[in-house]
Ligand binder design. Structure first.
Ligand SMILES: Cc1cc2nc3c(=O)[nH]c(=O)nc-3n(C[C@H](O)[C@H](O)[C@H](O)COP(=O)(O)OP(=O)(O)OC[C@H]3O[C@@H](n4cnc5c(N)ncnc54)[C@H](O)[C@@H]3O)c2cc1C
Length: 376
């Protein structure tokens, strides 16, 4: 007899990845009576998780708060185009709704889950079990551990690229928004700093309420003052004379790092951001983490193609070394391609033939240059 309880699975971090893994693990009939330990240090910072999918493949459809069928793009020359995304829908789940579902309903409804608030200090493999030590030296044991702690990167600070954003939830006094179309990228604001490429992202929840976000690709650290300036300027340029109130905000940084994904084979396996589930060139991760959780619990190896990491690495190199080219690349992409095809490409669901077609529409010399420079 063991002197201490041993959980079948421990999950470190109750964020997007940890809770998706928890859910998928207990969905499997053979795991229904398994004991799960969830340890979390308590970061509940506001996030608007968006993703696109077909109707039958939507992640957590019962948590989706708003869906859009159209995408709007505005080029650096101020040219606007809105397009239907056919069989796809762009969805929004707020972190508040996601956490409230898990902590107020799902976890209380499942007595096999033990939830502990604490900071994991160390994971150590001891024969067949993993010993989990928390700050304060509380100790737990589990057969397997999914770990969402992010390890320090081996990449030099100079070669790191970030996506920083600062968005505000605003409520206008009149009906001025098109609530049917998400603005995926608006590059119309004059780019004033060569080290940043800035665009705006708009989620219109209704004809009055929206999240309007300044998004920046940069190799530099978060610069709150600069992003506040961009946001105010954008509002002035686009909504001059419109009265609005700011009812909330959301900010964050996503390191655009390429990390090799791993399966649930070892006793300790990384999940979420720590497992490379954030797509390095775009920052989208929610559905990738969901797919990864399903693959892990079903012990399936994902069929992700290496060529997408290759495409990501070229774009990252461009952001690192020639950031000012990004608006031009996006202008061209969105003027030449159907938006639904761009989304399928970003979701890594296109065929090689479709990718060749897509690349043939872009500035080939620019991509070849970055391909050569990257390999130097
Ligand atoms: C503001 C913001 C908006 C985003 N929007 C989108 C979007 O629209 N679409 C999309 O696809 N992706 C989006 N992302 C990217 C990605 O989906 C999120 O970053 C996502 O939350 C990552 O999930 P995660 O589980 O890896 O990390 P997190 O969700 O950050 O969860 C990590 C958890 O681990 C806990 N933790 C950390 N260290 C310890 C420790 N030592 N011990 C115990 N617990 C610990 C933290 O408290 C936290 O709860 C966004 C990111 C941000 C920052």
């Amino acid at each position: 007899m063991k002197a201490h309880p041993v959980y079948d699975l421990a999950i470190v971090g109750a964020g997007a990845a940890g809770l998706q893994l928890l859910y998928e693990y207990l969905q499997l009939a053979e795991n229904i009576d398994k004991k799960v330990l969830l340890i979390d240090s308590g970061d509940r910072s506001k996030k608007s998780w968006c993703f696109w999918s077909t109707e039958s493949q939507t992640s957590f459809p019962f948590l989706v708060e708003k869906s859009w069928s159209k995408i709007h793009f505005r080029s650096s020359k101020g040219k606007s185009k809105t397009e239907e995304i056919d069989q796809l829908q762009y969805h929004y789940i707020s972190s508040e709704r996601f956490f409230s579902y898990f902590f107020d309903k799902y976890i209380p409804d499942h007595s096999q889950i033990t939830w502990v608030k604490g900071l994991v200090k160390e994971l150590m493999i001891e024969e067949k079990e993993v010993q989990i030590t928390l700050q304060g030296d509380q100790v737990f044991y589990a057969n397997k551990v999914g770990d969402s702690r992010i390890k320090p990167t081996t990449q030099s600070a100079k070669s790191l690229v970030y996506q920083h954003f600062w968005g505000k939830f605003v409520e206008f006094d009149s009906d001025i928004l098109d609530s049917q179309a998400v603005t995926l990228m608006d590059f119309s604001q004059k780019q004033t700093n060569a080290a940043l490429s800035v665009f705006h992202y708009i989620l219109p929840f209704s004809s009055r309420k929206a999240l309007i976000e300044t998004t920046v690709f940069s190799t530099e650290a978060y610069n709150e003052k600069e992003y506040e300036k961009c946001w105010n300027q954008y509002m002035h340029e686009n909504y001059a004379g419109q009265a609005f109130q700011i009812v909330g905000d959301e900010r964050g940084t996503i390191p655009m790092i390429q990390i090799q994904s791993q399966q649930m084979t070892g006793q300790i396996f990384p999940i979420g951001t720590a497992a490379g589930q954030v797509k390095p060139s775009t920052g989208y991760a929610f559905t990738r983490m969901h797919r990864d959780a399903q693959e892990k619990v079903n012990q399936r190896i994902g069929d992700r193609k290496n060529r997408y990491s290759f495409y990501d690495s070229i774009l990252l190199h461009m952001i690192q070394t020639e950031n000012k080219a990004i608006p031009r690349v996006m202008d061209r992409l969105f003027s030449k391609m159907k938006y639904v095809d761009i989304l399928r490409f970003l979701d890594e669901k296109t065929t090689l033939w479709e990718e060749l077609k897509l690349f043939s529409q872009l500035q080939i010399p620019l991509f070849v240059k970055h391909l050569l420079m990257k390999n130097r």
